[in-house]
Design a binder for this molecule. Structure first.
Ligand SMILES: Cc1ncc(COP(=O)(O)O)c(C=O)c1O
Length: 445
């Protein structure tokens, strides 16, 4: 017998009741990819309000790499609860903050002295990174990329791409932000080889340094080494190397946003380790907190120390409960056993996805790094015309058969697979069976 157990149709009556309350109590703009209400979760499995058991292939959008209620994390939080919940690092020094900072300074790429500031969300991490980079360089411009997602505060929303879904109606945005095209190997013009295309992207970037902005006025370049929201688009090594070279040449701070692609998801602790390119600052959140709201910016000490005394910080940043959770999560994530498991999970998923690409013409592309895997749906393989409608129908069908899923992609035509990597092999295959059955249904229709 599999893990998925359905006692009611999904969503069940209790889930629907809660959805009704949600509708009345919470704003319409807050989207949800399923109509399921969850009451408990463990590892890669969730139970809904009607007693149905589902497999979690969304992992809280990449929050749950080490699994729901990881025992080490739960234990550390319970112990911390017995001591104190909060003091605020602006008032007194909580040891968990210092310990987590030391840990992140140690494990992040870069053989130079580092410092870490903690905050509460990915957006806040990016916000801090950009503010500090601006202060350190005494410059204001920031370069970001098409497809990039960096959050929803005013500064980070200004850096975020995908206008219609994320930005429409929320302007005006922060000035002095330049958004440039990012390489997307699947959608490269057909006349290019891969190598020529990457060279072309680099040329376009260089052109922008003349046509759009003076690099000497740029405080920071921010990029996700593997774009998340855009549809798990890995940035080619040569492109990242070029950004590093430009940043070095012009004194620009290179910031990697590893909020979605970090935390071991790609088979290395940090996605940028695949390229060997070392940023000046790295933003972390999501799975480093194992579900707790915590984020971090780790960077070169000389840059991190630039702002004046009192220039950075917040009341919740480095909350001890969140810190002890993150310390345990980071220990797990950086262990060889965990990273080996990520690669195993990645192989299992990737093998199935490649079969789907052979079998179903609506699957335009499958891609990913490590256990960060995704399926892209198109109306036509030749034109690569995105098919967001069928993507949504497939998600709805698979959810109604017992899995949590979420889409992605600049065109909202991808399903991203972010199951906790502690999910058992049989559960992974079971979930993939459910998803394949849904794809098959719509492939025939
Ligand atoms: C790459 C990246 N940066 C920043 C953020 C924003 O994080 P948060 O939603 O915690 O503010 C996200 C969230 O999905 C993300 O994927």
């Amino acid at each position: 017998m599999g893990t998925i157990q359905l006692k009611t149709a999904l969503p069940g009556p209790r889930s629907l009741e809660l959805i009704e309350r949600r509708k009345n109590a919470m704003p319409n703009g807050l989207a949800k990819s399923t109509d399921i209400a969850i009451v408990s979760a463990e590892g890669g499995v969730v139970q809904d309000a009607d007693g149905n058991i589902l497999l979690d292939f969304a992992g809280g959008i990449g929050m749950m790499n080490i699994g729901h209620r990881n025992p080490q994390v739960v234990e550390a939080m319970q112990q911390q609860l017995e001591k104190y919940i909060h003091v605020c690092a602006l008032v007194a020094t909580p040891e968990p903050y210092v310990e987590l900072a030391e840990l992140l300074n140690r494990i992040t790429p870069g053989d130079f002295p580092k410092k870490t500031i903690l905050a509460n969300s990915g957006s806040e991490a990016v916000e801090n990174a950009v503010n500090i980079a601006r202060y350190a360089t005494k410059r204001s411009a920031v370069i970001c990329f098409e497809g990039g997602y960096h959050g929803r505060t005013l500064l980070t929303l200004s850096l975020t791409s995908k206008y219609g879904l994320f930005k429409k109606g929320f302007g005006p945005f922060v000035s002095d932000i330049v958004r440039l095209p990012a390489p997307n190997m699947y959608r490269k013009p057909t006349q290019f080889t891969d190598e020529d295309y990457i060279a072309h992207c680099i040329e376009q970037f260089n052109l922008a340094m003349i046509a759009q902005i003076d690099p000497e006025s740029v405080a920071a370049i921010i990029i996700e080494p593997v774009q998340g929201e855009a549809g798990f688009v890995p940035m080619p090594k040569a492109f990242l190397q070029h950004l590093r070279a430009i940043a070095d040449k012009h004194g620009i701070v290179l910031i990697f946003d590893e909020i979605q692609c970090g935390a071991g998801r790609t088979g290395k602790v940090f996605a940028c380790e695949h390229s060997g390119v070392v940023p000046d600052m790295i933003c972390m959140a999501k799975s480093i907190g194992a579900g707790m709201p915590i984020s971090a910016v780790t960077g070169k000490a000389t840059i991190m120390d630039a702002p004046h005394l009192g220039g950075v910080g917040g009341t919740y940043g480095g909350n001890p409960l969140a810190c002890v959770a993150a310390i345990e999560a980071v220990k797990v994530i950086s262990s060889d056993a965990f990273l080996a498991r990520v690669r195993e999970v990645g192989d299992i998923i990737s093998q199935r996805l490649h079969q789907w690409k052979e079998r179903y013409s609506l699957v335009g592309d499958v891609r990913g790094v490590g256990a960060m895997q995704l399926v892209e749906f198109v109306r036509n393989r030749e034109t690569k015309e995105p098919d967001p409608d069928i993507t949504l129908s497939i998600i709805r069908d698979a959810v109604s058969n017992g899995m949590l899923l979420i889409r992605a992609g600049l065109y909202s035509n991808c399903i991203r697979l972010l199951p906790p990597v502690v999910m058992e092999n049989a559960q992974l295959q079971e979930g993939l069976d459910v998803l394949e059955a849904s794809i098959q249904k719509f492939a025939k229709a």
